[in-house]
Design a protein around this ligand. Structure first.
Ligand code: AVJ
Length: 318
């Protein structure tokens, strides 16, 4: 049962913070933009295509863990919790968890309103008795949960290793804000991608079919469309590099020649070879998960890792 009366209007707050983040990110050196802005409708659709790519193992590996360990989750979490999902509810993962733990409500949170509305409708029809209460917003900001979940124990669900998009300090801040939002007695089920052979990691972020390149370049198309930009997409190349010192994959958009362009009335220049750093995906070694969760105010309780050691789900308690 979907409890949103109408499709969310364009979110003016997101529009102004999009403008602020992009102008600020292109004004600094090196240029860098927050990955949250990848996810307009086209960006969300491209990410769903990435999730099916042979090179991109995280989604299928995490989904297999969710399918396989449902009885463990039911045992560890118990029925009747309100599931609060941070990031778009993808139709392929969340149903496995919802079927396993018999929740009393589901609150998917995402910044991309129209994509969230579509995925929430799909989930509501798959779980007719479950109150589905989509919340359009930035989960890094302070949010207020729907009144309906006020008196329910909560389970946060933060899959995909999206935590890896953040610098360690921001990741800790996010975990702390999740702890505040979910409250005493809450639990958190979080996906964290494991460190591995850099060649395998680079392939996962620079696939042969070029879908990840299109995902990265789509940000520039969105900037041109929504912020009166004139960036020449044909003069940028997608790059995925492994930063060993920081244990992260970095996606960049490299200028193939000296460039001058405008965004939101501001003029920018790039030298040939200069890049816009558009995303980091941090990878975690043994025990890193526990350290990060504890720093964020959570106590790790259970961990499930696939047989090849590629990806982990960790259950933690507030
Ligand atoms: C959706 C943020 C988990 O970091 O692996 C996929 C996004 N970027 N391919 C990730 C992404 C390039 C993905 N997350």
């Amino acid at each position: 049962m979907l409890l949103t009366l109408d499709a969310p209007a364009a979110n003016p707050v997101a529009d102004s913070s999009f403008r602020r983040d992009i102008v600020e990110g292109l004004s600094r050196y090196p240029k860098a933009t927050p990955p949250i802005w990848f996810y307009d409708r086209r960006g969300s659709e491209l990410f769903e295509e990435i999730a099916d790519l042979p090179e991109y193992y995280p989604t299928r590996t995490e989904t297999a863990l969710l399918e396989r360990h449902g009885a463990d989750f039911a045992d560890a979490v118990g029925p009747g919790r309100a599931v609060i999902e941070f990031g778009a509810g993808s139709a392929r993962k969340t149903p496995h968890l919802l079927r396993a733990i018999d929740p009393s409500a589901y609150v998917p949170i995402d910044i991309s309103g129209d994509f969230l509305h579509a995925s929430s409708a799909a989930l509501a029809s798959a779980f007719p008795g479950l109150p589905v209460l989509p919340l359009v917003g930035d989960f890094h900001a302070d949010l207020t949960l729907p009144n309906m979940v006020d008196d329910l124990p909560r389970l946060g669900f933060f899959p995909g290793s999206t935590i890896g998009n953040m610098e360690p300090s921001s990741a800790v801040d996010l975990l702390r804000s999740m702890r505040r939002l979910l409250g005493e007695g809450a639990m958190l089920l979080i996906g964290m991608d494991q460190i591995k052979d850099p060649a395998r990691l680079i392939a996962a972020y620079d696939d042969a079919a070029g879908v990840t390149a299109a995902f990265n370049l789509n940000l520039l198309a969105r900037i041109n469309r929504e912020l009166e930009g004139d960036l020449p997409l044909e003069d940028f190349a997608h790059r995925a590099i492994w930063n060993d010192g920081k244990a992260r994959i970095e996606m960049h958009l490299e200028a193939l020649r000296p460039l001058r362009f405008h965004v939101a009335g501001h003029a920018f220049a790039m030298e040939q070879g200069e890049t816009i750093h558009s995303e980091s995906s941090h990878k975690y070694g043994p025990r890193d998960e526990q350290l990060l969760l504890r720093a964020g105010g959570w106590e790790p309780a259970r961990q499930w890792t696939d047989p090849d050691g590629l990806f982990s789900l960790i259950l933690a308690a507030a």
